[in-house]
Design a protein around this ligand. Structure first.
Ligand code: CTP
Length: 409
């Protein structure tokens, strides 16, 4: 997902791990997102990768033991002053343990000790080194100090062992950094539920009735909420491999499964968070009808004949089922009727007793699954045209309007 980090400056620290080469991809992701990137390398990191690579990628001189200068800002005191976040990726076990004890015996650790703004650490080391009790204690202590840790992953390590210790994917480090940069007090740790995708209603065990909803708007909303710092729970019928891995997800198929999962998630969130408002963004395209008696196994066409009449019955309305629980609810309404679409969308507020509606006028069935969307945010008193933008950018706008709505409620 294309996150915008323009106007942000990132200090990327690289230590001596075999995964140092992955920091090049990470720097590239930051730059593609519009950020400025400054790199500091420890002498051990320089044994794995050249400073020139980072210089070419970032267009900034890399701070190393040899490049430090007191005639410019390329020194361990000044380089951090203009940066919004310090990302240490990869961070070796040795560096992690030293940081925890305030040791500054190389240019990178000196810079880090002098740095006062948010710090994010992405460890990478052999399993025994990362799971050594000293390293685990250091990571716990650093986390307790408010430093963000992007946990290493288990896989085949460069040393040949299989186990925990590989650097998290560069996408995860990127998302975690963007979260540090974009999170906001209002959303931080707030419980939020997002539903998405079109439900699948079984005709038999191999066939279903569904709709064209792609689930992309819900994925974008869940990502925007994650970046704002919220505790998001995404309940969807669709793939969500383009969102941060740490987002809590539940996969569902039918309207009935979606209803059960939404009620359970809401009850849990409301229980966990009594002091603050919980939000529900109901972007799922819930089937209004489901086959009344889905068949077992695979129905053979010889047993059906040339026409197949399937008796359908109406599904429960999920929004109506949850509208007394006490959360702030935003519904979604896709319409094809240019004349009555807006008033149909607005009437949802009263009909389903919800707080706001995201209204989207569709041109035709190819309007589904696109990267961009157009949304009007409707409340009881007004409607705001959020314009046409990427689903992620629109999600940020929806969050801003939802926040205003909740505060004024
Ligand atoms: N919704 C729901 N439960 C249903 C059907 C829809 O909670 N059984 C929610 C959707 O997730 C969405 C909103 O209601 O947030 C859409 O409202 P609705 O008027 O039902 O829209 P459509 O189902 O598109 O209505 P219609 O098919 O009549 O146009």
């Amino acid at each position: 997902m294309q996150v915008n980090l323009s106007n942000k400056t990132i200090l990327l620290g690289v230590t001596g791990s075999i995964s140092a080469y992955k920091a090049c991809d990470l720097a590239r992701l930051f730059i593609k997102a519009g950020a400025s990137v400054h790199v500091i390398m420890s002498a051990s990191a320089e044994r794995f990768i050249s400073a020139l690579t980072f210089e070419a990628l970032t267009r900034n001189t890399v701070l190393t033991e040899n490049s430090e200068s007191w005639a410019s800002t390329l020194n361990h005191i000044d380089i951090g002053k203009t940066c919004d976040v310090f990302v240490l990726a990869p961070a070796t076990a040795n560096s992690i343990n030293k940081i925890n004890h305030g040791i500054a015996d190389n240019i990178l650790l000196q810079t880090l000790l002098a740095y006062t703004k948010p710090l994010l650490i992405a460890p990478a080391a052999n399993t025994n080194m990362i799971e050594d009790s000293t390293t685990l204690d250091s990571l716990r202590a650093l986390k307790a100090k408010g430093i963000s840790i992007v946990n290493s992953q288990s896989k085949l390590l460069a040393c040949g062992d299989i186990g925990n210790g590989a650097l998290a994917t560069v996408e995860e480090v990127f998302y975690a950094t963007a979260k540090v940069l974009l999170s906001e007090e209002y959303w931080n740790n707030r419980e939020v539920i997002v539903t998405g995708g079109g439900t699948r209603e079984k005709i038999d065990e191999v066939r279903y009735v569904s709709n064209f909803s792609s689930g992309k708007m819900a994925n974008a909303l869940a990502t925007a909420l994650y970046l704002k710092g919220a505790k998001v729970h995404l309940i969807s019928t669709k793939a969500h491999d383009d969102i941060p891995l740490t987002i809590n997800t539940t996969d569902v198929n039918s309207a009935e499964e979606l209803k059960e999962a939404t009620i359970t998630a809401l009850q849990t969130s409301l229980e966990l968070q009594k002091e603050r408002k919980v939000f529900l963004f109901m972007a799922a395209a819930v089937a209004d009808f489901t086959p009344k008696s889905p068949k077992r196994g695979k129905t053979k066409k010889v047993n059906i004949g040339t026409k197949w009449n399937i008796e359908m019955q109406q599904t429960d309305d999920i929004l109506k089922a949850v509208n007394q629980l006490g959360q702030i609810t935003i519904g979604f309404k896709a319409e094809m009727d240019k004349k009555n679409g807006f008033s149909n969308a607005k009437s949802l507020i009263e009909n389903k007793n919800i707080d706001g509606v995201c209204y989207n006028l569709l041109a035709n069935s190819s309007s589904f699954g696109t990267t961009n969307n157009s949304i009007t945010f409707i409340t009881k008193d007004k409607s705001i045209d959020l314009g046409t933008a990427s689903k992620l950018d629109l999600s940020f706008k929806i969050l801003t309007e939802s926040q205003k709505l909740a505060i004024n409620n």
